[in-house]
Design a protein around this ligand. Structure first.
Ligand code: 3HC
Length: 312
């Protein structure tokens, strides 16, 4: 019976069908989506921290307003994604317990410090640029609630990337020598962690094969990484910054840029919890959760009173 249901499910996926929350799905498909969507949501919420710490120090009112809007967007993306994950039967409390206990992952990139104002532009340009590359294919994910959330999120991500690139371009074109050096320093620190964001090489990725079979992952980690590198090289040229990879060069035969070896030991170390800011990021989230307990209790008490009132 189960095998028959699974075969019918696979046939639906092969026909390009989109799966809704009420449809039958293999337990492993459900678990994969809860894992990926909840970790995606955690990434958005934790991702508010590195940039958030520059809101009070933005150099102009315009930059402050833009940064406020972007950080607020990330919070909204997190809520869309937690809601999408809840359609699979998990709860907000379960997902957040997994984050706070260190069981669940969030994007490695947010475990790096934002040392100068130029980091905020580098995050917009490189990190949101990488996030867009990774998120556009998810708009066609076979799990429809996730795909719908992604369509809305991708619209806002393009604003995130443009504002980051424009802020760096302003510094490179109108800035002082030290501001230009600040931009180059930020690019030097954010380049390789952004390249790692796409996940391990395909031949070291335990989830890719199954996720591609199920139409959850439409493009592999390495293919998206290559697309990102090819686009960034052109953008770096317009900015007038150099990317910190001496092996980066156009390969006519491949019609792509070759690039240097990635330090996968650093990647696995960071996602195992031993990156520059992992403890600080998790402590900030646990503190926010504990300090917000009274808001959740008040909202639940109010909801119970509402229910009582409607029963009378
Ligand atoms: N950071 C942390 N963990 C990562 C990672 C990264 N950059 N890349 C891979 N991993 C983890 C995977 O989660 C998996 O661990 P798990 O089984 O415990 O979850 C393990 O490394 C092996 O990687 P796989 O490639 O086999 O795993 P996936 O098939 O899940 O692919 C992924 C990883 C490409 C990140 C995929 O999960 C994905 O597309 N996720 C949704 C998109 C996402 O999370 N993007 C990054 C968010 S950044 C962002 O959106 C904020 C931006 O708006 C600023």
């Amino acid at each position: 019976q189960e095998a028959l249901l699974e075969a019918r499910f696979d046939a639906r996926i092969d026909d390009g069908a989109f799966i809704e929350a009420k449809d039958w799905m293999p337990e492993h498909y459900r678990r994969t989506l809860v894992r990926q969507i909840s970790q995606h949501a955690h990434s958005e919420i934790v991702g508010m921290l590195p940039e958030g710490n520059w809101i009070t120090r933005a150099p102009t009112l315009k930059r402050k307003a833009i940064l406020l809007a972007k950080v607020q967007d990330e919070g909204g993306h997190g809520l869309y994604l937690y809601a999408a994950a809840e359609t699979l039967g998990t709860s907000r409390d379960q997902m957040l317990e997994a984050l706070h206990s260190g069981k669940a992952k969030y994007s490695s990139i947010f475990n790096y410090p934002t040392l100068t104002w130029a980091d905020v532009g580098a995050i917009g340009w490189l990190v949101d640029g990488a996030a867009i590359m990774n998120q556009v294919p998810i708009c066609r994910c076979s799990y429809a609630p996730y795909a719908r959330a992604m369509v809305r999120i991708c619209r806002e991500e393009s604003f995130h990337q443009r504002q980051g690139f424009e802020s760096l371009l302003t510094m490179m074109q109108q800035g002082t020598e030290s501001q230009k050096a600040m931009v180059q320093d930020a690019v030097d620190r954010w380049w390789w962690p952004s390249v790692m964001m796409f996940g391990p090489p395909d031949d070291q990725s335990p989830n890719t094969a199954q996720s591609m079979r199920w139409g959850i992952k439409r493009v592999s980690n390495d293919e998206l990484r290559q697309k990102f590198v090819d686009a960034a090289v052109e953008q770096a040229r317009v900015l007038g910054v150099t990317l910190p990879d001496p092996a980066l060069k156009w390969n006519e035969a491949r019609q792509h840029h070759d690039f240097g070896a990635i330090d996968w030991a650093e990647f696995w170390r960071v996602i195992a919890g031993d990156g520059p800011c992992n403890r600080e990021r998790l402590a900030a989230r646990v503190k926010a959760w504990e300090e917000g307990a009274w808001v959740r209790e008040a909202a639940l008490a109010h909801a119970r009173k509402q229910e009582e009132r409607f029963k009378e």
